[in-house]
Ligand binder design. Structure first.
Ligand code: FAD
Length: 375
């Protein structure tokens, strides 16, 4: 049996930051993957969108007081300086997002260095934890004993790179409650009435999308399975079921086209031609100038400004960037990240009921919650 003071479950974003914080201690990190930081590696198109210019609790689903208390201690500026001091200066790109200059390896290499004093156990999956005098951690290969355990094993998204339900299983086995989990930051499948969208596979255009009391104006990508792109991913975080509303002509009034004498497809509207063609067929109007349309046709055309529909579902955990829901944060001490139910058991990162929007918010959360650990 291996004996350590601290065992960290998960060598992802939050687990690595936790190990970096406690590198003077006797720490083991266990991960089911053969390499550390597999999600960081593929994130942000390989460049890791590590944080955002503006980060606050409103960018997250979850208890805003709990979230603020954690973000305030280690905010985006502290994260950026942490990286900069260690030789990585993320650059600002569109929509206030910070990405690595060349590749996500810039961040992974920092953590490789930071965790040198920890003992890494890769290619082994934690199966369960029990508590006697100390914690007993059973993996599929060995047994560990630890005085303190940090669960940093993330959510259910991207099972092909190691995601598992172990954080929820451990939490539940110690009496914690799990807020319902579901895939988020994920594309939508569409109902029959929206099958016209599937004909547009490959087209990307800026739209405004309203869901619950949130509104996003970003790119929509039509896909052969349904719809995706940043606007849909963000919308998916707040959508449970029911209608969402899309404005395909954000910041443009249809009124200014009322006297227009160009046919729609031949460029009267600033939209991709293929989109207009398919949309007109969907609402059953012929291609003609707006000035030649009757009231009923104008009414149908105006749906472009507030197209309301209910998605059928989403593309599932295999495509979702994150898991919405998780361990109930009422049961976690926000000063230490320790369970309020079990001494010396800690939960950080995505396994908690805190989920960020697209834009670097989820790594910020993973790193901030790890920094908040007080072991
Ligand atoms: C494709 C993709 C792109 C993304 N891009 C971004 C982005 O650009 N910006 C952003 O902010 N967020 C992004 N995210 C979200 C972000 O990656 C996560 O929110 C973040 O990694 C969560 O950190 P974590 O430490 O909680 O979990 P993870 O980073 O998922 O780490 C958990 C670790 O635990 C391990 N593990 C799981 N179960 C077990 C077990 N039973 N035994 C042992 N080990 C186990 C896993 O192998 C994994 O290494 C992206 C996610 C995906 C899937």
């Amino acid at each position: 049996m291996h004996k350590f003071d601290i065992v960290i479950i998960g060598a992802g974003a939050s687990g690595l930051m936790a190990a970096s914080k406690y590198r003077e201690k006797n720490v083991a990190i266990i991960d089911s993957n053969g390499k550390i930081a597999e999600k960081i590696k593929i994130s942000g198109g390989g460049k890791c969108n590590v944080t955002n210019v503006n980060v606050n609790a409103q960018n997250y689903l979850g208890d805003s007081t709990f979230i603020s208390e954690i973000l305030n201690d280690f905010d985006q500026n502290k994260l950026l300086s942490f990286l900069k001091i260690r030789g990585c200066t993320p650059i600002l790109k569109k929509e206030h997002q910070y990405f690595c200059k060349q590749s996500a390896s810039e961040i992974i290499n920092i953590f490789r260095d930071e965790i040198k004093s920890s003992t890494l156990f890769l290619n082994q999956s934690v199966l369960s934890i029990t508590k006697q005098e100390y914690f007993i951690i059973q993996t599929d290969r060995e047994i560990f004993e630890a005085k303190q355990v940090v669960v940093a094993s993330g959510g259910l998204s991207y099972p092909k790179i190691g995601a598992s339900a172990i954080a929820y299983d451990i939490a539940q086995s110690f009496g914690h409650n799990i807020c319902k989990t579901s895939p988020a930051l994920v594309g939508f499948t569409v109902q029959k009435d929206q099958f016209w969208m599937k004909e547009l596979s490959g087209i990307s255009m800026k739209v405004q999308c309203k869901v619950a009391n949130k509104s996003f104006c970003q790119d929509l990508l039509f896909a052969h399975k349904g719809i995706s792109g940043p606007v849909v991913l963000n919308t998916s975080l707040y959508w449970q079921k029911g209608l969402i509303e899309m404005d395909f002509l954000p910041n443009i009034s249809l009124k200014k086209y009322l006297k227009n004498s160009n046919k729609l497809i031949s460029s009267a509207l600033p939209l991709p031609k293929r989109f207009i063609k398919v949309f007109l067929a969907h609402v059953k109007i012929n291609d003609k100038p707006v000035s030649a349309m009757n009231d009923e046709e104008i009414q149908k055309l105006s749906i472009l400004k507030n197209y309301a529909f209910a998605p059928a579902g989403n593309f599932g955990y295999s495509k979702a960037e994150v898991t919405r829901g998780g361990i109930n944060t009422d049961e976690i001490n926000s000063d230490t990240m320790m369970s309020k139910l079990v001494d010396n058991l800690y939960f950080i990162g995505e396994c908690l009921d805190v989920t960020g929007e697209l834009g670097g918010y989820n790594f910020q959360w993973a790193f901030s919650s790890a920094k908040k650990l007080t072991l």
